[in-house]
Design a binder for this molecule. Structure first.
Ligand code: TXE
Length: 484
């Protein structure tokens, strides 16, 4: 049984409460580690450590800060196998996916922001009247980063790396459901020589640690990724304190498939975009709209492709669908499948819990599930399920599919499948989502703005957007005498 520690002021420490939370291996359905059940006292210590570290960290030349962050990136790479295995065991995702996506992208986050600060230039605005303005962007101070369980290290580092690179000190909280790789990251930071207090990782429940971070008057900015209702809760606490907020929330993303698409590529990618990570990616496409002439053929081939997916032990090379993250989440997803049936949906494939033999007999597995026969506006097609469940529907016109696609409270991402250039631009412009992927999915360039419209969030992450969030802009206006 591994005991996870908080990382405060450069040291691995026990929580003030001396209490621990169970951490489960979802593939086995068993407790395998314990994580600190921290509270406001631990957050207070972390804030004090971060405040003491801030003057030196924020004034450190960018090149030196960059070097330290590059060492963390190198540390992630040096511990690649260990981190990938830990992520798979902690989350239930396949080891193959952790190796292909989570851990390389976590290292990339540090590489990207460590090198970006070497190229940063601030804006300047010249005035003909004889004045010059320049924008001074300075770090905010101590910032809070709160992340979810679906892409644990990947999303944790997506926030921490730009926050640190911009010169802030951080109090971070990973999800209590998947704390392991954040803990391993704290060991990597110690090894890399990150000065004490620059990054503090406090483990524990959202209602205690997350709430304490959100409420703390010494933390003027919060970057959060997670559920929409949690985002609402955080905004309620943070707004009266006028905190800067970046919220990456849920999604109910449409995949829009026109009859003129590149069929094989579309089919292959839409299987991936529906079921990767057991559908537990906020960017997964869970509403699949297919132009009517292609509908029956696509549905038949899609079902066949889904049946080819292998639900199994996440550590096996052949497994394509691992475990869902928790028992509570398993029941939530299964209840949505029941709801879909009540709403008149037909289960084309899947629909059940999977009971594996052997090691994983008590694990939390669900068959990849496809449903048809539902209207675009029923609950199944409006609410975020966040599991291996997708719904397929036909459409006849662009106007109709735009109505369907834009009908939910969410507006995170969409994917569009067509070879028609004019339609691509037309539809991309009308989609109310922060990201539109055309003939691809999950292709990420870290320089681009990342985030959602409507109830999918507030603000954007990525590239300079993250730097803007993690800095305060100050305009310095200098008037000089014009020679007459
Ligand atoms: O998210 P939570 P959960 C969605 C998805 C999922 C649902 C719930 O629909 O089923 O959210 O997942 C911390 N103050 N997404 O329960 O609760 C919490 O401890 C401050 C979408 O994991 O939002 C964790 O660290 N913090 C998503 C983080 O918030 C609080 C990815 C996220 O947890 C808090 C994951 C509070 N009051 C789930 N309460 C995406 N869009 O990427 C909880 N937390």
């Amino acid at each position: 049984m591994t005991t996870i520690h908080n990382y405060i002021n450069g040291a691995l420490v026990a929580p003030a409460s001396a209490q621990y939370l169970d951490v489960y291996n979802p593939a086995l359905g068993q407790v395998y580690a314990e994580a600190p059940d921290s509270d406001a006292r631990d957050v207070q210590q972390a804030v004090e450590a971060a405040q003491s570290a801030f003057p030196a960290w924020s004034k450190m030349p960018a090149e030196e800060r960059s070097q330290l962050l590059l060492k963390i990136a190198a540390g992630i790479e040096a511990n690649f196998d260990k981190l990938a295995l830990a992520e798979s065991i902690d989350n239930g995702k396949t080891l193959k996916l952790a190796k292909a996506m989570d851990i390389p992208r976590a290292a990339s986050n540090f590489f990207f922001y460590a090198t970006a600060i070497m190229h940063h230039a601030s804006e300047s605005h010249y005035m003909e009247e004889g004045a010059i303005n320049y924008t001074l962007r300075r770090p905010i101070g101590v910032v809070g980063c709160i992340s979810p369980w679906n892409l644990p290290l990947y999303l944790f580092t997506w926030k921490i790396a730009p926050a640190l690179a911009a010169g802030n000190c951080v109090v971070a909280k990973p999800s209590e459901i998947t704390p392991m790789t954040a803990y391993l990251l704290s060991e990597i930071c110690i090894e890399a020589g990150l000065p004490p207090g620059v990054l503090n990782i406090v483990h524990g429940l959202g209602s205690k640690v997350g709430q304490a971070i959100t409420e703390h008057s010494g933390i003027p900015a919060i970057s959060f990724t997670g559920g929409t209702s949690t985002g609402e809760q955080i905004a309620k606490v943070a707004a009266p304190k006028f905190k800067k907020l970046s919220l990456e929330l849920g999604g109910k993303n449409p995949a829009i498939i026109f009859a003129d698409c590149d069929y094989e590529k579309t089919l292959k990618t839409v299987v991936r975009s529906s079921f990767l990570n057991q559908g537990q990616i906020c960017l997964c496409g869970s509403r699949i709209f297919v132009e009517r002439p292609l509908y029956e053929q696509f549905k038949t081939d899609f079902v066949a492709a889904i049946k080819n997916l292998t639900v199994g032990d996440p550590l096996d090379d052949d497994t394509t669908v691992g475990a869902v993250v928790s028992e509570a989440h398993l029941h939530k997803v299964l209840s949505y499948i029941e709801l879909a049936k009540e709403e008149g949906g037909r289960i084309l494939t899947g629909g059940n819990r999977v009971r594996l033999e052997g090691n994983c007999a008590n694990g939390w597995f669900i068959e990849p599930t496809l449903i048809d026969g539902l209207g675009y506006d029923c609950r199944t097609n409006q609410e975020e399920i966040f599991g291996p469940v997708a719904s397929i529907m036909p459409f006849d016109t662009e106007e109709e599919v735009l109505l369907y696609a834009n009908s939910t409270q969410y507006g995170l991402a969409s994917s569009l499948w067509t070879e028609n250039l004019s339609r691509t631009h037309r539809v991309a412009e009308e989609l109310k989502t922060g990201i539109v992927w055309v003939n691809c999915w999950l292709l990420r360039d870290l320089r681009t703005p990342f985030g959602g419209m409507k109830n999918s969030g507030v603000g954007r992450e990525g590239g300079w957007e993250a730097f803007r969030f993690f800095t305060e802009a100050k305009n310095v206006c200098i008037e000089y005498q014009q020679k007459s």
